[in-house]
Design a protein around this ligand. Structure first.
Ligand SMILES: [Zn+2]
Length: 334
């Protein structure tokens, strides 16, 4: 791999964007290569069940990488995907266990499935911890978070595409896990990534931030929304800002992106130039939105805002959009 091609852009790679694997996409149809990879002693797997990674508890922390024999000891794999190879050539697989491999430690009295209570029976040496907590709390090193995110997104897709959307017949995994095929109607299905724009509208030394009702108390962030069919990234940015806050924007510049495996989005970070500061809050997606000065945003990023307002942590692309803007290095300052 030519490292010069992967030099960090501005802002640097962060969170789920840090992924050390060579995806080996040109080898996915090569059955002999796949069998050889699976037979290698150094092959490892990350294992998921019901969207939750399984982790080994070790003296030095949590370890999500299993040898293939360890992984197979956890239960039958419903699906297995070749994620890629590490720099030393060790293949890494993503394995999805059958839902029945885990059980609830306690029955939720409200009837909801609380995935934090999932356990592998008889395996106190293992934990199931949701991916968001692993990422935000830094429970495993950054490069491993990236490949776990990759595994979660592709395995979630397999779990939800067991039947052909064209004819309803069962589908089967193909291309080392990067395609599903229908034997009845011959349709091929490819994993989806859903583009989401996340953007900062700016007007001189002020920027627009909002609060969704589900945000942690006192946190403000960039506005965001799904790109719709038939829409460009730039138009989605302008539409979402106008829809949620009533602000009209002109020029839109791309800044950075991050895979976001909940379940399989790509967050596309942008900065947009606002035509004015008039705004209204739609009250549906946002419970509040307002303009913030650059000094206020710096205080929020540094955790010293007088009203204790906060901004997203460095796992989120929103954090890096804000940091780039306050540093004066956004494309709109070029
Ligand atoms: Zn079909």
């Amino acid at each position: 791999m030519n490292k010069a091609l992967f030099q960090a852009p501005r802002p640097p790679r962060f969170g789920f964007a840090v992924n050390p694997l060579d995806r080996l996409s040109e080898r996915r149809e090569d059955a002999a290569f796949l069998a050889e990879s699976r037979a290698k002693a150094e092959a490892r797997a990350v294992v998921f069940c019901r969207d939750m990674p399984v982790l080994k508890k070790t003296a030095s922390g949590l370890d999500p990488l299993f040898s293939l024999s360890e992984a197979h000891g956890l239960g039958a794999a419903r699906e297995s995907v070749l994620l890629g190879a590490e720099e030393d050539g060790a293949p890494i697989f993503g394995e999805l266990l059958d839902d029945s491999a885990v059980e609830l430690r306690a029955d939720g009295s409200d009837g909801f499935l609380d995935k934090r209570l999932l356990v592998l029976p008889g395996r106190d040496d293992l934990s199931l911890i949701d991916m968001r907590s692993i990422a935000v709390q830094g429970l495993v090193p950054p490069p491993i978070v990236g490949l776990m995110g990759q595994a979660k997104a592709i395995l979630s897709w397999h779990a939800r595409h067991r039947f052909c959307p064209n004819c309803g017949a069962p589908t089967r995994l193909a291309a080392a896990g990067w395609r599903r095929e229908c034997d009845r109607c011959k349709a091929q299905h490819f994993p989806r990534t859903d583009p989401v724009v996340i953007m900062l509208a700016v007007d001189g030394d002020n920027c627009l931030l909002g609060r969704q009702p589900r945000f942690p108390k006192l946190m403000y962030s960039c506005l965001a929304g799904f790109v719709e069919p038939g829409e460009t990234i730039e138009d989605a940015v302008r539409r979402e800002i106008r829809e949620e806050a009533g602000v009209v924007c002109g020029q839109v510049s791309y800044l950075a992106s991050q895979p976001w495996p909940f379940p399989s989005s790509l967050m596309i970070g942008c900065i947009a130039e606002a035509a004015g500061r008039d705004l209204y809050v739609d009250g549906l997606e946002l419970e509040d939105a307002r303009w913030f000065s650059r000094d206020e945003v710096v205080a929020m990023l540094e955790g010293r805002h007088p009203d204790r307002l906060t901004a997203p942590n460095p796992m989120a692309v929103a954090h890096h959009i804000l940091q780039t803007w306050v540093d004066g290095s956004s494309p709109l300052h070029a």
